[in-house]
Structure formats: C-alpha cells, structure tokens
Design a protein around this ligand. Structure first.
Ligand SMILES: [Zn+2]
Length: 247
C-alpha cells in the first residue's frame, strides 16, 4: 500500500519538447530528469505526457535497465522515490486534443488522427482519467465540441498558456457544468514543472496503478486546491513554435 499526504498533482506535463529538431533538445530526457524536476517543484504525482511519440515508454524502459529494483512498475504508472509517474498521452483528434492519464498502453499511431468521440470512448472504457486541455484555445482546444467532450471528461484544464480572462471563462464554465477545473503545467521543459498543479486534500492511498487512477478521479471530485504561475513570453513562444511544428 502506498500513501501520500496532500499530494501535489500535475496531470499534463511533457517535460521536454519533441525529439526533433536537435537544437531544441540538448537536455537529458530520462527518468532522473523527471524526478529531479518533480522534487524541485514539490510535485508528488504527474503524468509524463507523450506528444505524438513514445516518451513515457522510452523513459520507463531505459530507467528499468538501470534501477529496476528501485522502481515499482505498474502497467499504467511507475512509483519511484515516493513519486508516482503516470503514462500520459495527448491525443490529437479531428476536433482538438484531449489528455488521457493512466492508460495501460499507448493508443498513438503515427500518421493517424483519431475521431474525438472515438478517443473519448477509448479513454472511458480503459478507465483513464480524461482531461480536456486548454478547452477554448484556438490551437488545440476542443472548442465547439466542448459539450460533447465533457460528457466523458473527468476535469477541464486551467492552462498556463491562456490569459486570465480565458481561464476565468474555464472556471465559470466548470462551475456551471459541475465539472472540476484543474491547473497543470503543460510543460515543455523540466524547468516549467511546478507552474501549474493542484493539491489533493487528504491521504492519497493506493495499492496499484488502477486504484491510483480511481483516486485521482475521487480527489478532483472531492475537493482540491489549484496553484498556477502563468507562462512567460518565452514559454509561450516556445509553445507556439512547437505547436506549429507539430502540424
Ligand atoms: Zn500538452
């Protein structure tokens, strides 16, 4: 049994940019980097979020070669140094992106764009935590499909890339619909870890990965506190350049 008191949770963190082009990615991209940035920012639970790639799989596979005995490996997450790291996946659909946390297997396939409802149904049937990232952002948000999306979602995101006004709209919308709104980092660099997260109030107890995802859903429903530092201009520029490249 694992137990974390009042965990700080970030459900949307890429930690670094895409593998290409090389000039953007001089930093190490391994589990130690993830753990160091989580420790520095005081994050206990995160979703290492793939971005049209296999970063979670690659990072975990490599780490297991070196420190297998220190890592508790479940199908949908690893527990190491008292930190929980979920498989996160940003799924780019025909109507905007969603983030699935705690899938046991990636559903990404190169050059395949999924239908939004198909991706939501997969997330639901596989008991993933479904997060709607930056719902009203013109680049990547589900926007007009928001009503359809929230029928499946566990939370919507207060994004560090959105203005105060847009995020206020997200909070108002979440209250109106009775759907939790959570802060995340949506980080593209380990340094950005900690700029958005929420704290679950109470004990986060679980015995395996499946139960941990269940607990995530419970803790956003039962009350948590959000924390955010909005992205600075450099971080927004990086986000825009990379979003453009991803197309
Ligand atoms: Zn993202």
């Amino acid at each position: 049994m694992y137990c974390i008191q009042n965990p700080a949770i970030d459900l949307h963190n890429h930690f670094w940019v895409k593998d290409r082009p090389a000039r953007f990615s001089s930093q190490r991209k391994d589990l130690n980097t993830v753990l160091e940035s989580m420790k520095r920012a005081g994050i206990d639970i995160c979703a290492l979020t793939s971005d049209k790639d296999y970063r979670y799989e690659r990072v975990v596979e490599e780490a297991l070669k070196e420190r297998k005995r220190e890592i508790e490996c479940f199908e949908n997450c690893v527990v190491v140094d008292s930190k929980v790291i979920f498989r996160g996946e940003e799924v780019y659909t025909d109507k905007g992106s969603i983030v699935l946390v705690g899938l046991k297997k990636t559903i990404w396939q190169p050059r395949k764009t999924r239908q939004l409802v198909e991706a939501l149904k997969i997330g639901k049937s596989r008991k993933a935590f479904i997060l709607v990232p930056h719902p009203f952002l013109s680049m990547g948000g589900v926007k007009e499909a928001i009503e359809e999306t929230i029928r499946y979602a566990d939370a919507i995101e207060i994004s560090p890339y959105c203005s105060k006004q847009v995020n206020k709209g997200v909070r108002d919308f979440s209250r109106e619909k009775g759907l939790p709104a959570v802060c995340t980092s949506d980080a593209r660099h380990p340094r950005e870890t900690g700029r958005g997260f929420f704290v679950s109030l109470g004990e986060f107890e679980f015995k395996d990965g499946e139960e941990a995802v269940q607990k995530l859903k419970e803790c956003v429903r039962n009350g948590m506190e959000n924390y955010q530092r909005p992205a600075n201009l450099f971080e927004i520029a990086r986000y825009l350049v990379l979003s453009g490249m991803a197309k």
